[in-house]
Design a protein around this ligand. Structure first.
Ligand code: PEP
Ligand code: MG
Length: 315
């Protein structure tokens, strides 16, 4: 019987009532693709491209980048692959892009800000992605990290389209962007919520600093309210709103995120099985009830407890 379970086909992500919630993988290098496929990833929700640029004194050429993007796209035929443009900042400075002298790197010239200040690097990356898109039948989506508002959203979407990218979106990691969710969802093909940075900036607590690690908890209702604003705006505009931060790997929080309007979840591939199993225990209505209980709480701990209480009251 155990063998039957082990060999059971991995089902696509869905709630108990059949509502589909695609479960995608976060990848940090093309080498991670095979394991993600093995663990049932239905595509890639976040392909971090920093690996291509680190340990280098010059930006990689278009051809070098294209080869790596093609490798990932070809590992997911017919599937969605979301690639994030370079997210460099003074915390992980690149000699050709960043000034390493910033006092507050998390608040500095990073993500799309750094790319815009070095537009040729952005143009080359988008060109490499657009070319890679032609060499596979995966569905390429491209997004910008650390986007502050709708003007930056429009800037990125326009330049991505100009260079041949078909689907262009933004990460929601800065509270300002979430607060402008209605405008952003109308201007973008999709939104992907990066809960790691969104939590860091909402709570004003450095995610790298152990002494404030307790603040780095996406269960905090302040973070969940921002997620809800994004989810609502996505629904109103017919714009997909996924989550690709670590919060999506917490099974019960994953259900809450769906209740708040997340249309897909992307996570470290090792978390896929547990999240898949938890989603199957809850209907859309239950997910909404969990979300409401968490949203109405006072602290991260209270929100977690409130969601658990809704679950136990039912069983
Ligand atoms: C995030 O901020 O949630 C995210 C997914 O991006 P990263 O962890 O690479 O900053
Ligand atoms: Mg981030």
């Amino acid at each position: 019987e155990l063998k039957a379970i082990v060999n059971a086909p991995i089902t696509d992500g869905a709630l108990a009532d059949g509502t589909r919630v695609p479960l995608l993988a976060n990848l940090g290098s093309p080498k991670d693709a095979a394991a993600a496929v093995e663990l049932g990833a239905e595509g890639v929700g976040l392909f971090r491209t920093e690996f291509l640029f680190l340990d280098s004194t010059t930006a990689p050429t278009i051809e070098q980048q294209q080869a790596d993007y093609t490798a990932v796209l070809q590992a997911f035929p017919g599937k969605k692959v979301v690639v994030r443009c370079l997210d460099a900042g003074a915390d992980k400075p690149l000699s050709f892009l960043n000034d390493a002298e910033e006092e507050n790197p998390a608040l500095g010239l990073r993500g799309l800000r750094a790319l815009r200040a070095n537009e040729q690097i952005l143009r080359d990356q988008l060109t490499a992605l657009a070319r890679a898109q032609e060499d596979s039948n995966a569905e390429l989506w491209v997004m910008a990290p650390m986007v502050s508002d709708v003007e930056e959203t429009e800037y990125f979407v326009a330049i991505a389209r100009e260079l041949g990218v078909k689907v262009a979106g933004v990460m929601a990691e800065i509270p300002a962007l979430a607060l402008m969710a209605d405008q952003v969802a109308a201007a973008s093909d999709f939104v992907s919520i990066g809960t790691n940075d969104l939590t860091q900036y909402t709570m004003a607590a450095d995610r790298m600093l152990g002494s404030v690690a307790a603040y780095q908890d996406a269960w905090h209702p302040a973070v969940l309210r921002l997620v809800k604003m994004l989810g609502d705006a996505g629904r109103a505009n017919n714009t997909p709103v996924g989550v690709c931060g670590e919060a999506a790997a917490d099974p019960l929080l994953a259900v809450v995120l769906v209740g708040l309007g997340a249309t897909s979840l992307s996570m470290t591939p090792a978390a896929l099985a547990d999240v898949r199993a938890e989603l199957l225990l809850h209907t859309r209505e239950e997910a909404a009830a969990l979300a409401e209980a968490a949203l109405g709480s006072r602290t991260a701990m209270d929100a977690r407890d409130a969601a658990r209480a809704v679950v136990s009251a039912r069983s």
